[in-house]
Design a protein around this ligand. Sequence first.
Ligand SMILES: [Cu+2]
Length: 835
Amino acid sequence: MRTRTGARLRSPFLSDRTRPSRRTRTAFLAVTALTGGLLLGTQHPAVAGPNLIKNPGFETAGTGADGMPYCWERSGWGDNDFSFDVVADAHSGTKALKVELTRSVDGDRKALITESAACAPAVTEGAQYDLSVWYKSTTPDAAITVFRHDTVAGWQYWTDLKTLDLSAGYQQASVRTPVVPPGTDRISWGVSVYGTGSVTTDDYAMEEVVAEPPDPVCTGTAEECADGKWEVLPTDNPVRSMHSVVLNNGKVLLIAGSGNDTDLFEAGTFTSAVYDPATGSYRTIPTPDDMFCSGHVQLSDGRVLVMSGNKGYPSADGTVGYQGYKDSYVFDPATETYTRTNDMNDGHWYPSATIMGNGDVMSFGGLREDSSGSVTAERWSAAEEKWLPLWQVNQTWSYWGLYPSMILMQDGRLFYSGSHVFGNGTPGTGASIYDYDANTVTDVAGLQNKDERDQSASVLLPPAQDQRVLTIGGGNIDSNPEANRLTDLIDLKQPNPTYTHGPLLPQGTVDLGTGAGPQPQTGAQGKMYGSAVLLPDGKVLETGGALHNRANPVFSSSLFDPATDTFTPVAPDPEARGYHSSAFLLPDGRVMATGDNPGNGTWNHKVSLYTPPYLLKGPRPEITSVAGDHWLYGDTRRITVDRPIVKAELIRPAAVTHSSDPNQRFVDLPLTVDPDDPRTIDLNVTSNPNLAPPGWYMLFAVDAAGVPSVAEWVHLGGPAALAERALESAHIHDFATDLAKPEKKPQKRRASAPVPPQVAGCDRHYGPPDVCVPATFPDSLATPAARCDWLAAHAYGRLKLNGREDPLGLDRNGDGLACGKGDVTGGGVTGAHHH
Ligand SMILES: [Cu+2]
């Protein structure tokens, strides 16, 4: 077998080799045609594909009244003053096209290839194309923008590829498209001008990239190469961490606080640990507060903002629930210390945290200091490094529930996906678009069973530019049905985004606590508490989960491919990963999984590592150099790699808890491949901070077999993040502006929302607060004996009553002990003791 080296790939980017001007191309193609048979047999032909663009230099006039050249049309939107003119200032020939904006509030103007079968180039699904254009520009606000023709849905915005530098004289911009999505038969593209100034363009070209896929290589067993492999690490996680934050030095912050352990809480023992994947070691660090079930997000400088946490556990009499701190801290990865910030305006146990395009952080939901629900929106100012006072923050007084999944959209609005923790979804459709600046909330339709998406997982699919969200599974800790297999997809680029049904989750095995071990799932059994992890090859790993409220772990993992909207089952994590578990991508391309906190109060300290199939395909591409690690929006940054790649991206490191990581995103970096050396590549960075909020990212380069490099860390930021544009609408396309549902007006000002004290689905009449006797038992457990058997099978141990009431009928002899000897006959009540 041939070894996999760069040299083995036979000139994979044929069309890059030569980029003749339009003038010379005709002659060149004639030579190619004459010698084609000969070239096929050679190892390194340098052949440019034909230019797929009609009238690429505007030399042929059109017939329309608007004066546009043949096969070119005017396009654009928004509030601006503009002109389109055919001018004599050509790069070649006698004509060029000038687009000018003299006033710009929002939107853009662009000359596009006419969106017709006669003019728009036909493309092949799965192929890539090199686009190039000669241009002059007097504005920094110009980008190559692509539309695609969907065979079902028609013409639609696809993506932005490259921001054009200012240029007084003609220069050429070239960039490679991503893989053409399924269902696409044509594309149209042009230069979008979205700020005042002019851009004159000429001599467009579009050539198909011809890449030979590498031979398959397998360095494991056939099963491993298909499904990947899990290993359980020899060293246990020293803390009961339900929070995992990947730091910009490659280490992982694991926050436990009291770790949902009332003994630790009463002792004031709060912990965090920093895990170093390079050594496999943990360092336990002092933790100033009970950050159990706090919120967290990396700030733009790489420090971690940690907000709220547990001020107090529920009272024994069941009248007071969990109480949330107003406290907030910043964790510095360099010193591994926490520093207190100013307080939030309200307490927020289980808050969301979303970083915005300007580096501010928005936080919603959770429980207040008195255990009622917080209706206070909180905003962390990046400029002032503090939580803003209430009067500076727009308020709708909405109660968003616990850990509401709030995903930043490309125009700065927030998408509430419907993923949340504990009980029912929000009133209405259970999902909405929240416009902070306008202070409006508008429901979006289509989320299935919105009241059974408790502890579902939502993720912005790769690439972020596609603005699609996947929501996976879920259950309901109050009604406690079997968790479901539902998945839902939404395309936030549509005028009226609506969830559509995704494929059912693949099933694995489930441990029902019967003693028989994990059994194949049946019927509609799915999972809640699952994790969704973006992988560098552009797929999503969903893994772990459980069938019921803090019980019955599900062992299944699968890969979701956003290119096909399908799941492929892979090897499952051998460890239980239910409540308080998390999974996240490491910079080396593997996935780490921690935690599990079943209802009996125990903790799974075992840590698993997943090696995806892409790491069992032979040598990985290597990033051999990066032009600086501080990148700006709209930049073009050169990297070198040891062999050709087909994709590069920035992945925002995880900050995950309770299946929720709304900041996780995969930002595609369109390639400009050096025509003379495919190992020298310019990466085109988005100019839109809402697509990639400022901060540290993992830069991956991926080859044609989907094998990623090890990540390099780069910081993305710059003035664009602070520009007003970052807070307002994106230039690229008018989207999600034709919502069918009416805007909800802000609610009346109020202090809080009522939340029952048994919010976590646990019956507080039994046992300590860190043990969760389900308020609703799984179906079919109707009798006290059956319930006692279930508790015993799930190792609940001794359960004292907290008062005289016994609503579940577990203490029939009234001795103050649930499911004691005198309570059950023939029920064999045994099991491990808690603590
Ligand atoms: Cu929790």
